[in-house]
Design a binder for this molecule. Sequence first.
Ligand code: SAM
Length: 232
Amino acid sequence: MDVSGASVDDETFYSNAVQYWSEIPPTIDGMLGGFGHISQTDIRDSKLLLKQLFNSKEPPGREYALDCGAGIGRITKHLLCDFFDNVDLVEQNPKFLSQAEQYLGVKLQEKIRNYYSVGLQSFKPETGKYDVIWCQWVLGHLTDLDLVTFLESCQSGLKLNGVIIIKENISSSDEIDKDERDSSVTRPLSLYREIFTKAGLDCYRQVKQRNFPKGLYTVYMFILRPQKLVPE
Ligand SMILES: C[S@@+](CC[C@H](N)C(=O)[O-])C[C@H]1O[C@@H](n2cnc3c(N)ncnc32)[C@H](O)[C@@H]1O
């Protein structure tokens, strides 16, 4: 352990991921591991989820969203900018963030307030800033411990009625699948649910992505809210 409490293994886990992503081209195919063609299907179900959320009781506001592990801004461009007035992006690879400026184009740039170039394990959202914090295909790059801490800090980053939305691959067994190539893990559903509870979050909805090609991991979307305190 060093003074920050990170073990040497954790440091290697994070630095290997930085190394992996530094060699990936800043394209949609790069973001999706060669599966760029599934982007539209992915965005379609995400849009439906947000529409349903905005039609629910006590929906979040539509002022400010945060895109976590934003890559070149695929989700910001095709999803978040359609629903929110302001968007921040957080992404550890600076090359992807500078490509995001181009990829989003002049019109959508007007909605982008901040590009944070930092790993999620070191990022703390400002208190009470966001209506929706969107995390997709990035949380497998955090250790379980850092994921709990990150989700706790996301909670403090939410406005009234704000939510955290997670969209991630889920392993088919009860085991974690490790990918040494990109230095990530794919977690089982049970572990995600355990992590949400540890972070003080309630899972308000859990929805399976439809129509992805066979052979890919099952993908779930989770809408998370701070646990309501029950008076004793
Ligand atoms: C599979 S891509 C997904 C990008 C984007 N979420 C999307 O769906 O288009 C994973 C992204 O997470 C970023 N990433 C990896 N580890 C990270 C970390 N610890 N903190 C922040 N971003 C990270 C990578 O640089 C890459 O841009």
